[in-house]
Design a protein around this ligand. Structure first.
Ligand code: SAM
Length: 278
């Protein structure tokens, strides 16, 4: 889709045309493999009606869409994404659901979806890429039925801790945060989700933290999931991709150290659309 008009619509720090598509798809699959069961259980614990209509916003290749469909056997799923090639993969992945699943190309802040027609929104690793998250949240309030819930899952590099820390790790985190900021994104969005949902007028806002460690995921998966995207967006004025590779190589090498530790965390923020629009 065309990107970046004067209002900032179409600005996103996730533009696959500027990334290595193959590598990024593998990273998304790996990221999903280590977490989707837990996320599905977290959504199920909200008490989803089997006939509900669910919106997977920024659905990418539809990894979570397929799991959300399992929760609404008599309902429907709408997947929205700005990237047509990813939508094609999502359609293929969810083809078994027939007319219960539809995938639409759109920007998150201008959804071709009727007012008050959705029961649950799930937005997975999308908000870190949005220059105007409050505009998107206002759009989600519009499409949600009163009492409908929004779930935003995202990360925050402030939780990324490694011991022993390889030389250059802090610099890599600064360079990737700067690179993402320059594209309109925010690598520290996790800590802001409570404020964003509250400011957008959602009620009953609750945020929980899901730990993600190299011990539980395995070092290789941990490094791929946490570093694969960062490597591609480092601000070249601060660090080259080759310099990033040296730091990432040192992180991988820690798998051979018995006492090494690495962690980060995902935030799952949930809010309800109040009965009365404010
Ligand atoms: C990191 S990927 C996550 C994909 C999927 N939710 C997952 O967890 O596997 C972010 C996705 O959001 C989409 N995206 C980014 N900014 C967007 C925007 N402003 N409107 C719609 N989609 C957007 C990208 O095309 C991409 O598919």
């Amino acid at each position: 889709m065309d990107r970046a008009d004067d209002l900032g619509q179409g600005l996103t720090s996730y533009d696959l045309d500027q990334l290595d598509r193959g590598a990024e798809l593998r990273r998304l699959e790996r990221q999903a493999a280590v977490a989707l069961d837990r996320e599905r259980a977290a959504v199920a614990s909200l008490g989803v009606d089997p006939g509900a209509t669910v919106l997977d916003l920024g659905c990418g290749p539809g990894l979570m869409s397929a799991r959300l469909l399992e929760l609404v056997p008599a309902g429907a799923l709408i997947g929205v994404d700005a990237d047509p090639a990813l939508l094609a993969r999502a359609r293929e992945r969810c083809a078994g659901a027939g007319a219960r699943a539809r995938f639409v190309e759109a920007w998150a802040d201008a959804l071709p979806i009727d007012d008050q027609s959705v029961d649950l929104v799930y937005a997975r690793f999308l908000f870190q890429h949005l220059p105007r998250p409050l505009v998107v949240l206002a759009e989600l309030r519009r499409v949600l039925r009163p009492g409908g819930r929004v779930c935003v899952l995202d990360t925050d590099d402030g939780n990324l801790l490694v011991h022993p820390a390889p030389p250059g790790l802090d610099h890599l985190l600064r360079a990737s945060a700067a690179g993402q900021r320059a594209r309109g994104g925010d690598r520290h969005v996790g800590r802001k989700l409570r404020a964003l949902l509250t400011q957008a007028g959602f009620a009953q806002v609750a945020v929980r933290l899901e730990p993600f460690t190299a011990e539980a995921a395995g070092w290789e998966a941990f490094v791929d999931v946490t570093m694969g995207f960062k490597r591609q967006i480092v601000d070249p004025a601060l660090m080259s991709a080759e310099e990033a590779d040296v730091v990432i190589g040192a992180l991988r090498a820690l798998s051979a150290e018995a006492g090494a530790w690495a962690q980060t965390a995902a935030y799952l923020a949930v809010g309800a659309r109040p009965a009365e629009a404010a």
